[in-house]
Design a protein around this ligand. Structure first.
Ligand code: COA
Length: 395
């Protein structure tokens, strides 16, 4: 059988950053609650001329520069912060990226799970025709109400992936475990720009979904926990990955390290929890991109992974979840550049809390024409709204 998986992977984020210690202090909350209790140090915040399209295109651009467009006939855009009810955000990204007209584009939605739905669909397309390659963009802006419990778990980020036969980074294995349940833990009604979340329920629903997906994988003859070298989790906040690791240890009876920082003592088998959290703790929640930002962080920092099996747990509130596995390919480390992600994260423009709050409150109703101010340093920008349609341009 042809090996199919992730051939290339790239991360992008928004222009601004909010320091969570400053955010906590502005509310007279102990910063340790955010930094240790949630495992988050920063959150990315888009400038007025950025959105999921500009971040997604920025993530995809270096992939196209490295790999060209040959064989790409599909662009799958995964998001839960869609900017239109009808048009796929990927069509705007397609134009910004100058992709050929022979590339079909569609948007995938199921909360934070949609990136994984896109990945599995891409694998299906490439299985049918191994000469094709599929570009995936998973891009999201996590927005909750100011002063809500969820506020420090906002964030923004995008991951682009090229799915191909004989992949250079990770071959995705065919078996997976799935758990779907109708639960109102998190949703965003059509008339709201912020998500509605029952925080405690979302945490328990996530953990129950992990149990269900793992059990389904085991019943289908998937690998045992001892055959999985590293485990990556969807990270709405990085402490969630620690809770997930504790749950997986309980369910499997394995001794797995739950150390989420380099200062924490590691008891049990090391599975990459800390390394896999390095980007997410600085991006904040990037919804569909979060699991794949964890993959980027692991591949960038863990140098001895060739031949190792990775476990992936993808969770999308509402809820659909999946546990699947992949094998890291030889030579993956020569293709990764940890310095690029570090430059991107370090290069964000810090926002004072008052400015962040003002930016958060800015709404762009489509009824009025709008020209956005020129702020972003990204190669692409959201230029504004004309005749109720969003306009994008190269910066
Ligand atoms: N020092 C260190 N840790 C502290 C602390 C302090 N001073 N004060 C609180 N904490 C810890 C708490 O013990 C808790 O840790 P635990 O979960 O391991 O027990 C953590 O910080 C969060 O505190 P809590 O009071 O539970 O937070 P909260 O009610 O403010 O809400 C969320 C936390 C995650 C529920 C909320 O941010 C949210 O709704 N986020 C969005 C939803 C989401 O991301 N869900 C995830 C599944 S998809």
């Amino acid at each position: 059988m042809t090996a199919i998986g992730i051939h290339d992977l790239e991360l992008a984020t928004a222009h601004h950053v909010v320091d969570l210690t400053g955010l906590a202090e502005s509310k007279s909350i102990d910063p340790a609650k955010y930094v240790l209790g949630l495992g988050q140090t920063e959150m990315s915040v888009p400038a007025p001329d950025e959105d999921i399209v500009t971040m997604g295109a920025a993530a995809a651009l270096p992939i196209l520069e490295r790999n060209g467009t040959e064989g790409i006939r599909t662009l799958l855009f995964a998001t839960e912060s869609g900017v239109d009810q009808s048009k796929a955000a990927g069509v705007s990204a397609h134009a910004l990226l100058n992709l050929p007209s022979s590339v079909r584009v569609v948007e995938f939605k199921q909360a934070c799970y949609a990136g994984t739905a896109a990945l599995q669909s891409a694998i299906g397309i490439v299985s049918r025709n191994p000469g094709e390659r599929v570009l995936i963009i998973a891009s999201d802006v996590a927005r909750y109400d100011l002063d809500s419990a969820a506020e420090p778990t906002q964030g923004a980020g995008a991951v682009a992936m090229l799915v191909a036969a004989d992949p250079a980074l990770v071959e995705i294995e065919p078996l997976n475990g799935i758990a779907t349940a109708d639960v109102d833990d998190f949703w965003r009604p059509n008339d709201s720009s912020t998500a509605i979340v029952d925080g405690a329920l979302s945490v328990s629903a996530y953990l129950d979904a992990l149990t269900g997906a793992w059990n389904d994988l085991a019943e289908r003859g998937g690998p045992g926990i001892d055959e999985i070298d590293r485990i990556l989790y969807h990270q709405p906040f990085t402490k969630m990955a620690k809770k997930a690791q504790q749950r997986l240890a309980e369910v499997t009876g394995a001794q797995l390290s739950t150390a989420l920082s380099e200062n924490e003592a590691s008891v049990g088998r090391e599975t990459g929890l800390e390394m896999g959290s390095r980007y997410n703790r600085r991006l904040g929640n990037s919804y569909t991109a979060s699991l794949y930002a964890a993959l980027a962080a692991l591949l960038d920092h863990d140098k001895g992974l060739a031949g190792n099996r990775l476990g992936f747990f993808s969770y999308g509130s509402g809820s659909v979840s999946e546990f699947f596995t992949g094998i890291v390919q030889p030579g993956y480390d020569e293709r990764r550049d940890a310095a690029r992600a570090a430059r991107m994260l370090d290069g964000r423009a810090p926002l004072e809390i008052a400015d962040y709050r003002e930016l958060h409150g800015a709404e762009y109703p489509s009824a009025a024409d709008l020209e956005t101010s020129r702020v972003t340093a990204s190669p692409f920008r959201f230029a504004g709204i004309r005749n109720r349609a969003r306009r994008y341009e190269r910066s």
